[in-house]
Design a protein around this ligand. Sequence first.
Ligand SMILES: [Fe+2]
Ligand SMILES: [Fe+2]
Length: 249
Amino acid sequence: MDERLSELLDQILGASQFLNINQNPVVVSTSAAVKPDVAQALIQYSFLPEVIAELLCCGVVKMRAWSPVKDELLRNLGEELGSRSDGATHFTILKNCLRKEAGLDLDAGHTPAEATAVMIRNVRTWITDRTLHEAAGALYALEASATPELKVVGHIINLYATAALGKLLVSEKYDDDHASGIGPWTLDRFLAIHVVDFEKGHRDLLADALAEFVVQDRDRDLFCQGFRAVIEEMETWWTALGKRNAQNP
Ligand SMILES: [Fe+2]
Ligand SMILES: [Fe+2]
């Protein structure tokens, strides 16, 4: 992906409040009066990692004519399903860590809020029903936003844990030391390894694979439209989660 395009995409990410640790709507609505109800926002967020494998499957089908892109999406999907985590899906690891460390049970009959369902449906549609370039932009938006979003989520986990448990659960240090380790997974290691390894790979290798297909001005315009649309869907979703959080007693 050339410099002009990646600068434009970085600008879009940089202007998104939900990806900013101080401006994310759930962080803002929580910081006013720290309260354990931010758990609801974490539970709603978790629907995204829960459906990410399905969205990648949609991407694999959609991008089947762009071989290197399809192959990278398959590799990425394999990781999400456990190819580098002893067969445990990333969502299962996250779910188990949230239950063990934070006492949050994602299986306790939670349903997606309207805003969550709408976001997932609209993102899926951008992947399945639009041009190849728009779909590619939509898929790249998911991967390019994952790292800053996970850092925000790590911060929200700490806001929750401070209020509910009187302690921090995540170091918020995303480096090799925190990403490595043996034994049972922890939230800290799960988030750190995503930042330094999994999501970095998803973003960079997808960008490499896309380079030969996003060349003409028309390609870039469509790609950016798909990218921007998904980032806007996520901004709208997080804004709704912030409003719900502010309304909780
Ligand atoms: Fe993952
Ligand atoms: Fe990813």
